[in-house]
Design a protein around this ligand. Structure first.
Ligand SMILES: *Cc1c(COP(=O)(O)O)cnc(C)c1O
Length: 482
């Protein structure tokens, strides 16, 4: 029997329309007050899975039923990143313009693998990444692309670094069974582990990521970087890249990029700058100096999904020599050839992805909706809240700020006279647990060497002074509880 169109098409669009209107109201209500929900759900492994049927339905269900189940079954198990009390990891915000863009992106189902598969998507990506470049005060001459994550962008940077020396020819011959020197990548001991993952993925090996010691303020020491490169060259290794960080993940320290750029230039090494979180500070005139030297790098990554109000995911990768990146990844198939390929950008040539989401649309909508001034005001506000919070910590007896805080993230701890490191660490972990049990505030921690510190990261647009006051109150109560 031939199926009817009702059986072979999408669900009725009347149903879509009705549910989309309801969902718009639901989302607006959610965004008005995400704090109606606890920021952290009860952390019971399996709690959501146990509420779900183990097998898919035989017959289709109505959107109304599905969305009701979403609210009853899925929502209670979510951590609310949009909650103003979210101060863990790097707090971020999915803002209304970005959410609307995601709605459109899904509806249009754009796949920007080639210019021709969505000319406007490709061209918008070029324009909007150049807007971001200007917003961050970077010089012209950067090629920008939008990736999912900083992890991907850094992988691309190291792939390009490996390709920059054509004599290695890893692209064609691979790494195994050849007489190749060990290739080395240098970064600070505080750099993000996406560099190690990239080295593992690219076959460079995690042991060939050389972690250079930092100074007392957690910044890579250029003298030790130079020494490490010299020692490796003497041992017959082949240095290929340096990764400097503007805003390390643990304590947001800023490596001395100008001094590192001098070394990269002298040693002819690819310099990649990881500004996944901190790079956005370039949009604030009085913070722009934190990006000094970035213009001398070969590549740079910044994540609008971290501190530029763009919903997950959106990472912008800038590269000075797109031809090298293209050499690393471009691969033609007969069915992908187009007449215009020599005069347009086909983004599939600049990474391992063929299909590509239309992420530039949401960045475009976010940048337009807030504007350069609106963005600067919001970032400045987070930094001011962070300074205020750090001031309370500094002034309170038995509390100490554990690292400089150039952005909006503060590392600190509670210390009691005469207490050993282990005991202090354990006590601070208990303080953190108590805060997180409140449901009002979610904070995470990091280790500064042997020292456990509590880490408050401010980056949600809903976060106001009353939220940081509440966090501070809960922290002090937690400390009193012992
Ligand atoms: C968060 C972070 C990353 C990883 O970001 P993803 O987009 O999740 O891959 C890389 N580097 C730094 C410095 C970060 O803070």
């Amino acid at each position: 029997m031939i199926p009817t169109s009702a059986e072979t098409h999408d669900i009725p669009l009347e149903e879509f329309r009705a549910q989309a209107h309801k969902l718009a109201d639901w989302i607006a209500r959610y965004l008005e007050d995400p704090a109606r929900y606890p920021v952290l759900p009860p952390l019971v492994p399996g709690a959501t899975r146990d509420k779900l049927p183990p097998a898919p339905p035989q017959q289709g269900e109505s959107l109304e039923t599905i969305l009701a189940d979403f609210e009853q079954t899925i929502l209670p198990g979510l951590t609310h990143w949009n909650h103003p009390g979210f101060m863990a990891y790097f707090a971020n915000s999915a803002t209304a313009p970005g959410i609307l863009a995601e709605f459109l992106m899904a509806a249009l189902n754009v796949n920007g693998m080639l210019w021709r598969t969505s000319p406007a998507a490709t061209e918008l990506e070029g324009v909007v990444t150049d807007w971001l470049r200007q917003l961050l005060g970077l010089t012209p001459g950067w090629f920008g692309m939008v990736n999912d994550l900083a992890s991907t962008s850094t992988l691309y940077a190291l792939a390009a670094a490996r390709e920059a020396d054509e004599s290695l020819n890893v692209r064609r011959l691979g790494l195994a069974g050849r007489d190749l020197p060990r290739m080395r990548v240098y970064c600070s001991e505080w750099a993000h582990n996406s560099i190690d993952k990239a080295a593992m993925t690219l076959g460079l090996g995690s042991e060939n990521v050389v972690r250079v010691k930092a100074d007392a303020e957690f910044r890579m020491r250029p003298d030790l970087l130079e020494a490490a490169i010299a020692a490796d060259r003497a041992a017959g290794y082949k240095p290929i890249a340096i990764v400097a960080t503007v805003g390390t993940t643990s304590m947001t320290s800023v490596d001395p990029v100008p001094a590192i750029a001098d070394i990269a230039q002298r040693e002819q090494l690819w310099l990649h700058v990881d500004g996944a979180y901190g790079g956005v500070a370039g949009a604030v005139p009085e913070l722009r100096h934190l990006l000094d030297g970035v213009d001398r790098a070969d590549s740079f990554v910044v994540n609008p999904h971290k501190w530029l109000f763009t919903p997950m995911d959106c990472s912008v990768f800038f590269v000075r020599k797109p031809a090298v990146l293209k050499r690393a990844f471009s691969l033609m198939a007969a069915y992908l050839e187009t007449a215009e390929q020599d005069v347009v950008v086909n983004y599939m040539d600049y990474g391992y992805q063929l299909g590509r989401r239309f992420r530039s649309l949401k960045l475009w909508m976010v940048l337009r909706a807030f504007g350069a001034e609106g963005i600067a005001t919001r970032i400045r506000h987070h930094c001011a809240l962070a300074s205020e919070f750090a001031g309370w910590v500094r002034e309170a007896p038995n509390w100490e700020v554990a690292a400089p805080h150039p952005f909006s993230t503060i590392c600190f701890r509670h210390v009691l006279p005469g207490e050993g490191v282990e005991a202090t660490n354990a006590r601070n972990a208990r303080i953190l647990d108590r805060v997180n049990e409140s449901g009002d505030i979610f904070i995470s921690h990091t280790m500064l060497g042997p020292v456990y510190v509590i880490r408050v990261a401010l980056g949600n647009l809903g976060t106001e002074e009353r939220h940081i006051r509440r966090a501070w109150e809960l922290l002090q109560q937690g400390a009193l509880a012992g």
